[in-house]
Ligand binder design. Sequence first.
Ligand code: UDP
Length: 327
Amino acid sequence: MTNVLVTGGAGYIGSHACKALRAGGYTPVTYDNLSTGWEDAVKFGPFEKGDLRDRSRLDQVFASYQPAAVLHFGALSQVGESIREPGLYWSNNVTGSLTLLQAAVAAGCLDIVFSSTCATYGDQDNVVLDETCPQQPINPYGASKRAIEDMLYDFRVAHGLNYVIFRYFNVAGADPEAEVGEFHQPETHLVPLILDAVDGRRNALTIFGTDYDTPDGTCIRDYVHVMDLVEAHILGLRWLEDGKPSEVFNLGTGRGFTVREVIDHSRRITNKTVPVIEGARRPGDCTKLVSGSTKAEAELGWTHERSTLDRMIADAWRWHQSGHYAK
Ligand code: UDP
């Protein structure tokens, strides 16, 4: 079977990608420093512990597995933390990616699928967020991802690297079989925090800002089921295998939901109350991030049938109640 190097394979999205890779006939080789991931989430292929900034460790792993491609998920990804500690983001994300790309080129592994983010667009009122939209990130997390996109363009021109960049909107849900799911420590994401409030693991969900210029005053996001998201990566891998050109795709559904709507759906799906506190805005949050593109559907053949709010919350809830959740 073809080996694929998965950086961040012990994390939320990376572990789901490993499951999809295995199902698609690949061997996922996880490379992860376990700073935010979990070794017991590595279930579908070998695990190599290492940091993205460790060039000699990367060289060893490329030499041992001769991967045909890299799926590059490994990154820090919290907006708030990036504002408090921008150096962490420039070091882990940007220096880490630079070291990875240099090692990949040296090893002759030239196909890379990269996890970017809609946070690279920033807060743009009345602008359709498609792939041609200018990138004006408003926080260091988005800025670090934009810098890596720039790096990929330059490595393509200079070294013949081929890439598919995916700009994710908000990822939610879990493997419906609950083999893997979302677990961050500390948790900062909306859906798992709501479910923690539902089952009493925390006292309440704090809504970050109720005075945004939206119908109910709370931020709007475009949520994508993690299983749909990782399927796009398999399509991206095949795209590169077929020798198609380097491309950028948004991964969103085109439909946005407010924080209050997500809470309402969660109440319905779990059939339990969600204790809520109305709090202040979280620095770095955009008012509205909704994809305005269907390029991934048209060109990659991507579909996002699982990405209904109800299904994402139901799958996340199943995982939440499973014995695997909460280490
Ligand atoms: N949010 C919230 N309370 C929380 C966590 C998140 O109100 O405890 C809001 C946040 O302000 C944003 C949305 O939920 O509007 C999604 O936030 P999340 O951190 O899940 O993803 P992000 O949009 O930062 O990638």
